[in-house]
Write a new protein. Structure first.
Length: 619
């Protein structure tokens, strides 16, 4: 089977190799060391879906034809050139670096062949993510539509396929500054002078691929760890099956030894009891390997690989009245950086898989145990690395409203450009629901955060209830530093004073420091803009910056262990998030420069204080 996989990858590479000589990164801006390692014949060749793996697949990344038209519904007669998929249109690594403006349409097109070994099976076409509205055509026939720039989608294209060459066309609309679509930190005009808004991202920005399946196949696996019940609950979605004749079998193993095996009729959940489970923590990121097979009338129709981890996230009140976050029923202080997930050369898309893993591993090496993924959703492999390396993840919903003039929406009627509340709400719930469901089974994710600092915040109790219905197993941060309501699982404060303080307490739930720090240092030659880069506060060298970071950390450590307020009430932070992992465009307050080439502080001193904070509640 491995030989088949290698052959398919080589075939995909050879199909585009004749055109690779025309590609080179666009523009002269900052680049990471991985930019030179991008293979235009087959960029990002790694398998893109770690929680549901098959041996046979074909990667469609590489050079595609592209064109930008003025709101034309018809495919253009001529293309503007070539674009390297899956790097977004505006990025250097796309080879294009053009903006897609409001009302314009971005077209992609390439040809592909289905391997002869797949004859007699259905073919699924997958897109990791396309920002924002995508319409997909195969051989001129419309096969799929998808709205939302942060989630994957797939379609069965078997009826549209023909022998030999097939033509794949994608039509994209992305009005990035439209006030009704989730955009996170993207802006068409991000500006300089310390702007917290970044270059807009349009089009395909994650892997495109095809795979063969039988007429009856496994479409999704939803795994829920139940630590208190010492079991895994597995829901397997199948296509084309009947519960009366077809069965799903799940086998769980650890360190090469089968732990448990169970079978249920197709469409019914599978229960896997696990005695003395191996727990997942940041220090011991134990994972169980899982094999799921589908049997149709006694014959195996499909078999996929997956994994699971036993962990529980919860809150509990202590004897002194203070509420704490808990991991596996033990107090656990969660501490990590704010991670924007931007790259100077690939924008939303890491240049290589090695680069994608790099930021996560560095975060771990620095002594953190958590990452707040800020205003962006990452490819599935990013969460896979957090699962395997051992980092908790707080996942933000990319915000909808635009607040680049300091405007924070507190009422829909204040929204400019006449955007309607119903459109905003519908788009929000649609995409937030897709994000939660798509990433439900990744054990590293422990917190969902629908709002940040009141940006686009609306009907908060209803949003929290919606989130809870989608996933009752994780904690919900109702609004990180935003308009505070007595709903959700904890109160999140932002404080960029030095040192940070616990300025608002809650005696009914945990209190966390959702953002602090922002300490900056300019590194000439490693800035996105040499003249307009800025930060909250600037330090002249590594020693001065490190000293300030450690002082901030010591204040957080004290607040983590607990203090007594003036009225005699015990209080404490249960988590903290430092701003931020890297510089991003005009922001220079990262632990690393934007190109990841310079660590701005003394790493040992940073690791020492971070480790003390991360383990401050250990007993």
């Amino acid at each position: 089977m491995k030989k088949i996989l290698i052959a398919l990858l080589l075939a995909s590479a050879l199909a585009s190799s004749a055109q690779t000589t025309s590609w080179k990164p666009a523009g002269q801006r900052l680049k990471t060391e991985w930019a030179s390692k991008v293979n235009p014949s087959l960029p990002l060749p790694e398998y893109p879906r770690p929680l549901l793996t098959r041996n046979e697949w074909q990667n469609l990344n590489g050079l595609w034809n592209y064109a930008i038209s003025e709101a034309e519904d018809l495919r253009p007669d001529e293309f503007d050139g070539q674009i390297l998929v899956p790097y977004p249109l505006e990025s250097s690594l796309s080879g294009v670096a053009r903006k897609l403006r409001r009302g314009q349409v971005l077209w992609y097109e390439r040809s592909f062949q289905v391997p002869s070994a797949w004859k007699g099976r259905d073919v699924l076409l997958h897109f990791g993510a396309v920002d924002h509205e995508a319409v997909v055509y195969v051989n001129g026939r419309r096969v799929a539509e998808h709205v939302g720039g942060y989630t994957a989608f797939c379609v069965n294209i078997t009826p549209q396929l023909r022998a030999g060459e097939n033509k794949l066309t994608v039509r994209v609309v992305d009005n990035s500054d439209e006030r009704t679509q989730p955009v996170g930190k993207q802006r068409l005009h991000p500006g300089g002078n310390g702007s917290i808004w970044y270059t807009s991202v349009s089009g395909i920005w994650q892997t495109v691929w095809i795979e063969p399946v039988s007429r009856q196949y496994i479409a999704d696996i939803r795994t829920t760890p139940d630590l208190d019940g010492q079991r895994f609950v597995v829901d397997v979605k199948t296509i084309g099956t009947a519960a009366s004749t077809d069965q799903v079998e799940v086998e769980l193993s650890f360190a090469g030894r089968v732990v448990v095996k169970a079978t249920s009729p197709a469409g019914q959940r599978v229960i896997l009891p696990v005695k003395k489970p191996q727990l997942w923590t940041p220090d011991t990121p134990n994972r169980y390997q899982m094999t799921v097979s589908l049997k149709v009338r006694g014959h195996e129709a499909d078999r996929v690989g997956s994994y699971a981890a036993m962990r529980k996230i919860s809150v509990a009140q202590q004897n002194d009245g203070v509420w704490r976050l808990q991991l596996n029923n033990k107090n656990h202080f969660q501490f990590g950086p704010l991670d924007q997930g931007y790259w100077p050369d690939g924008l939303y898309t890491a240049p290589t898989d090695e680069a994608l893993r790099f930021d996560i591993q560095k975060t771990k090496d620095w002594g953190f145990n958590m990452i707040r993924k800020h205003m962006k959703v990452e490819p599935a492999r990013w969460y896979y690395y957090c699962d395997s390396i051992g980092l908790l993840v707080w996942q933000d919903m990319p915000s909808i409203c635009r607040s680049d003039q300091g405007w924070h929406m507190r009422n829909w009627n204040q929204q400019p450009d006449g955007a309607h509340a119903s459109d905003v709400e519908a788009n929000f719930f649609h995409e937030w629901g897709e994000i939660i469901n798509q990433f439900y089974s990744y054990p590293s994710i422990v917190v969902w955060t629908p709002f940040n600092e009141s940006w686009g915040q609306f009907k908060t109790p209803e949003v929290i209830e919606f989130t809870r219905q989608q996933d009752p197993t994780r904690l919900i941060n109702p609004a990180s530093g935003g308009n505070h309501y007595r709903c959700g699982d904890f109160l999140d404060l932002h404080d960029y004073s030095r040192p940070p303080v616990l300025y608002l307490n809650d005696t009914t739930r945990p209190v966390v420091l959702g953002e602090y720090g922002g300490l900056g240092r300019h590194i000439e030659g490693h800035r996105w803009l040499e003249t307009d880069a800025t930060t909250y506060v600037n330090y002249k060298d590594a020693n001065e910056l490190t000293d300030s970071y450690v002082q901030q950390g010591e204040a957080v450590l004290k607040l983590a262990k607990g203090i007594t307020l003036e009225d005699g009430t015990p209080a404490a932070f249960s988590a903290a998030v430092y701003t931020q992992t890297t510089d991003v465009e005009t922001e220079v307050n990262g632990l690393m420069t934007y190109d990841r080439k310079v660590m701005k502080m003394d790493e040992k001193k940073i690791r020492d204080i971070n480790t003390a904070i991360s383990h401050s509640l250990d007993k």
